[in-house]
Design a protein around this ligand. Sequence first.
Ligand code: PGA
Length: 257
Amino acid sequence: MNRKYRKTVIAGNWKMNQLNSGVKHFLEELKEVAPKTRNCDVVLCTPAVMIQTMVKAGRDCRVAAGGQDVSTHEKGAFTGEISADMLADIGAKYCIVGHSERREYHHETDAQVNEKAKALLSRGIAPIICVGESLDQREKDLTVSYIAYQVRAALAGIDGAQVRRCVIAYEPIWAIGTGKTATSDQAQEVCCAIRAEIRKLYGARIARAVSILYGGSMNAKNAAELLSMPDIDGGLIGGASLKPADFATIIAATAQE
Ligand code: PGA
């Protein structure tokens, strides 16, 4: 983390878990155990039906609400889709785009990820743009070049002022939900390469202002070490964000210098 230049972000990704009726109780438990934070945004990205409850109940304990996906379209005949305008209207502050599960199961392309990020930015919502390599790409030594490509594709046509509001999440696909975490050195290497790519595109001042997260089996035990790395500014946390005590421990790990 480098708090001098950028914000720390601890974002939970609930995926398709929990219920709207349990949101308040979850936050009450979290509030009891989570420490107060400095220059750190805590956010829970929930299924869309829970966002409004999260916005209301989260005010009390400074937890922001986020979505997990957004339509590329502004509005119209797109049954089942949710627009950036709708997310903004109910108070979402962040939204995940390009998660590997959406890329894989919903065939989301880099061009769509880019359109989604732009749609969110136009409504004042910070996109959490996910990038990550497969095990095969890592074994073939393609990680850094592939991630740099994904970053360029996701940010195409986005200007410097708006890039400052984007969050990039490095999530190696082989580490998601598998219990296999990238080592802190592996994660730092890629997060540093992401910042280098942003520097190439937008210059040093903007690159040092963008928060870059690590995601993939981050948990209460390994968070402090990952967050101690200079280019890792937070986490995108799946499984461990479903338990208030574990999520609180990860939040607490941001208090280290
Ligand atoms: P995980 O999920 O922490 O359960 O590995 C992370 C994610 O998919 O965002």
